[in-house]
Design a protein. Structure first.
Length: 255
């Protein structure tokens, strides 16, 4: 969410619903030459975040009691022409930041519902975040780069992935350019169907689709970001396995 002159806009440059975030807009300072770049998130009294409650609150037309626990996490000043390391020092000083026990990614500020993303962690903090298993990953940022309004190599997302082996329950035909070939492999995850449609080469899609009857019931190796509601977030295809755990050669292609 961007905030300019007290008005909040989504990433799609549409005005945000004001009632759920009215307290944030009242607290956020209005400064010439500053457009705040950040995100709204729900945090309980122990600073644990809840994505579903965040969505429920921010999409509501009217204010709910839970909205009192919506916070605005500031990442940067979108109008800054200074190197990020310099601008970040200004932000830390402006907001008079203080640490939050158990949160290695956030600073508390002098404004109750305004937080500053912590972007200068040390190696010990990174290890603690990895051990906690509560974070999606890391954002690696070039302190000498200036703010960019599009994708940039100076700001990279690094995620920790897991992998598992799941039984193939069905195959789904693709759409668009994938009509007549494989669109997704449907695997069983604790009794729930999960579609795995990314990570496949076109040659692999063709081979699997042509041989789908014989491959049904095999195990599929999948990598994923995390489990969520008995499903998988961002499942990516790795391989189909034989009974002896060897990977089936899918049309002679290599990743």
């Amino acid at each position: 969410m961007y905030v300019e002159n007290g008005i909040a806009y989504s990433r799609q440059e549409k005005p945000c619903s004001v009632p759920p975030i009215a307290h944030i807009l009242e607290q956020l300072p209005i400064i010439d030459g500053v457009v705040w770049d950040g995100e709204v998130i729900y945090l309980d009294n122990r600073y644990n975040d809840d994505f579903k409650t965040t969505v429920s609150c921010t999409q509501a037309k009217n204010r709910k009691p839970d909205c009192d626990n919506l916070y605005y996490i500031i990442f940067d000043n979108a109008l800054s022409s200074s190197p990020f390391g310099v601008e970040y020092g200004r932000l830390m000083s402006l907001f008079e930041v203080q640490p939050i026990a158990g949160r290695f990614d956030l600073w508390r500020t002098k404004y109750p519902n305004i937080l500053l993303a912590r972007q200068n962690v040390n190696l010990n903090d990174l290890q603690a975040m990895e051990d906690s298993k509560t974070f999606e990953g890391y954002m690696l940022r070039d302190a000498n780069a200036t703010y960019k309004h599009n994708r940039t190599k100076s700001l990279l997302k690094i995620k920790a992935w897991q992998d598992t082996e799941l039984t193939v329950k069905a195959f789904e035909e693709g759409q668009g350019k994938y009509v007549g070939t494989l669109g997704a492999i449907i695997v069983d995850y604790h009794g729930n169907a999960v579609n795995v449609g990314t990570g496949l080469l076109d040659s692999e899609r063709a081979f699997i689709w042509e041989n789908r009857n014989s491959l049904l019931g095999n195990r599929c190796k999948v990598k994923y970001f995390q489990e969520e509601n008995k499903s998988l977030r961002f499942p990516v295809f790795l391989a189909i396995l034989e009974n002896d755990n060897t990977e089936i050669e899918l049309g002679g292609s290599e990743k």
